[in-house]
Design a protein around this ligand. Structure first.
Ligand code: DLL
Length: 436
């Protein structure tokens, strides 16, 4: 099912809507967001200079750093009392990135998520279990609203308590699962460990996965668990651009269709900022249109992708972005949570007993991401006392958990035992790269 007729417009129609919304958005931001007006003034661009879609390239970029500098709500275009919802995602330091929505923003967001859900095969008959963590993360409430909007029955089971999730799945006859792809694999494995055959004992026919990338080996594994005819798609978004609902795979699996009447995607060379032609890989930059609370121009997502404009066999004409193949910064996604090494460093540096040398290792164990942080002690006398070592380990764990919301294994090692670097330090060892 195609949710909106705007997904099947001709290229001319799409571009016409984009241009008129772009002009409107640029004037709106220029009048209402002083930080962005200042940036435009610095490069000498005024709203009337935007006459064609190509003129978008005259505008300065935005990054997470702009959110940091304008924390918490300095990039908002409406006063706080006009907001009806606030969400947040990780920032590059201790402070999160705060995003907000007016009533109208929520309605647009919901409809965009409904489109993405339909792209992945969802229908009003589905019983949809949402196994994303409810809270400040945009994933859960975003998919929740989008699925309710198409008439599906939503089960907000949230993440965790995995065996209970399986019980709900079985007893309620869940037909659609929303989760990060790694959690979906873990759910499947847990079902098997509970003596169930997911293909016979459960009725899950559709998976809408996102919040982190799903590699092709992961997709193949999903089919092994849930069956060959399982509708297994992923969708994409980020909090700064409302959350999920930016783009999603349709059942043709030829990349993720961008909701182009609300988002203008560009691909740039991350080093030079130069805009690259369709088909070329680079950093995805997105302009968010028709938004009241937090309109954003040329937001650098740091995600690596490419754009394709040929219409798709599914009938949609919106452009497709290739599934994300990496990031142009060092952000890690661990169990769907965005983690910047700088956040970890900030916690470690505030603890007296440990030095500035550390290594982060992320692996996938039993389908779940496991993060181990190896930290050097300042004084090796601590190694003689098991109880002090254990207390220190726990202290680091608690501080990291409160900063990131994630558990980590902490290994404490003797002074001078970690590798030293002459150039840029390589502190992150991500061993999950090969798919599963
Ligand atoms: O993850 C929004 C979302 C939730 C999208 C649920 C889809 C489903 P953030 O927490 O701000 O927002 O994280 C955004 O997550 O820049 C990507 O690096 C990564 N990401 C999200 N979806 C995908 C995907 C949500 N399908 C960051 N493939 C983004 C690869 C993804 N990476």
């Amino acid at each position: 099912m195609i949710w909106s007729k705007n997904e099947t417009m001709s290229r001319e129609e799409i571009e016409e809507i984009q241009l008129s919304r772009l002009k409107e958005t640029v004037s709106y931001i220029y009048e209402r967001v002083p930080a962005y007006k200042k940036k435009m003034d610095e490069v000498g661009v005024r709203p009337e200079h935007i006459q064609t879609l190509k003129d978008l390239q005259k505008l300065p970029f935005n990054t997470k750093e702009d959110f940091r500098q304008n924390y918490p709500t300095g990039l908002f275009a409406v006063p706080k009392k006009e907001l009806v919802r606030v969400h947040a995602s990780s920032g590059t330091t201790g402070k999160p990135t705060i995003v907000g929505y007016t009533r109208r923003d929520l309605d647009i967001w919901t409809n965009n998520v409904s489109r993405v859900a339909c792209m992945g095969g969802a229908t009003g008959d589905d019983i949809a279990q949402i196994a994303f963590g409810y809270g400040m993360f945009t994933g859960a409430l975003g998919l929740h609203a989008g699925l309710e909007n198409i008439g599906a029955t939503v089960l907000p089971s949230s993440s965790g308590h995995t065996q209970k999730q399986i019980m709900y799945m079985r007893d309620m006859g869940t037909t659609l699962l929303v989760a990060t792809p790694s959690y979906a694999l873990y759910l499947g494995e847990t079902a098997r460990n509970m003596g169930l055959d997911p293909q016979k004992d459960l009725q899950v026919k559709t998976g809408l996965f996102g919040g982190e990338g799903m590699t092709e080996p992961m997709r193949a594994e999903m089919h092994r668990i849930w069956g060959d005819s399982f509708n297994c798609t992923q969708n994409y978004g980020l909090s700064e651009l409302c959350g999920p609902g930016v783009s999603g795979e349709c059942l043709e699996l030829q990349g993720m269709h961008v909701n182009e009447d609300f988002f203008i995607p560009e691909i740039i060379n991350p080093k030079t900022g130069e805009v690259l032609p369709p088909g070329e890989k680079g950093e995805l930059v997105i302009t968010r249109l028709s938004t009241q609370a937090l309109p954003l121009l040329r937001y650098r997502t740091k995600d690596i992708s490419a754009l394709h404009y040929e219409p798709c066999k599914c009938g949609r004409t919106t452009c497709r972005m290739e599934n994300i193949s990496g990031r142009s910064d060092d952000m890690l996604i661990i169990r769907g949570v965005n983690v910047f090494p700088t956040q970890i460093e900030e916690v470690l540096l505030a603890i007296n007993e440990i030095g500035p040398h550390y290594e982060i290792t992320v692996e996938r164990v039993n389908r779940l991401d496991v993060m181990t942080i190896t930290v050097e002690l300042i004084d090796d006398r601590l190694l003689d006392s098991y109880s002090s070592l254990d207390a220190l380990r726990k202290k680091i764990q608690v501080k990291l958990k409160s900063m990131l919301g994630l558990d980590a294994i902490i290994k404490l090692v003797a002074p001078m035992s970690l590798t030293r670097f002459e150039g840029k330090a390589r502190r992150v060892n991500d061993l999950r790269k090969d798919g599963l």
